[in-house]
Design a protein around this ligand. Structure first.
Ligand code: 5GP
Ligand code: ZN
Length: 112
């Protein structure tokens, strides 16, 4: 298994986990682009938004609800949710993930 995020899910690579349940893991981005930069990752290996199928629609809704839950727990005043899709869309890791960004500097560089 070459996927870095699957290795994080399987605890083969350490990460700063901020949330975990049976379907999702969320952890701090190793190279934060904002004061708060959390990656929310479905444990199911879906390579990108371009690979989502109808059977995944509940999971994708729940992905956003996990972001909302983390934002509420951290009392974030406001935040951005970002998904890069494909190499030309700025996606570096081919395992679907939602970026949760908050804090002033998130306006600077989002790799888009
Ligand atoms: P993408 O460009 O694919 O949307 O975002 C991938 C993100 O994963 C980048 O912001 C990058 O900093 C982060 N990242 C890459 N490798 C690791 C890692 O091993 N651990 C953590 N915590 N984040 C990573
Ligand atoms: Zn994976």
């Amino acid at each position: 298994m070459e996927c870095i995020f699957c290795k994080i899910i399987n605890k083969e690579i350490p990460s700063e986990i901020v949330f975990e349940d049976e379907k999702f893991i969320a952890f701090n981005d190793i190279n934060p682009k904002a004061p708060v930069h959390i990656l929310i990752v479905p444990k199911k290996h879906i390579p990108s938004v371009d690979h989502i199928e109808m059977e995944d629609k509940t999971l994708i809704g729940e992905l956003i609800l996990v972001a909302q839950k983390i934002a509420r727990e951290k009392n974030l005043a406001g935040y951005k949710l970002l998904i890069n899709v494909g190499e030309k869309g700025g996606q570096l890791i081919n395992h679907l993930h939602l970026h949760l960004l908050s804090g002033k500097s998130h306006l600077k560089s989002l790799n888009i």
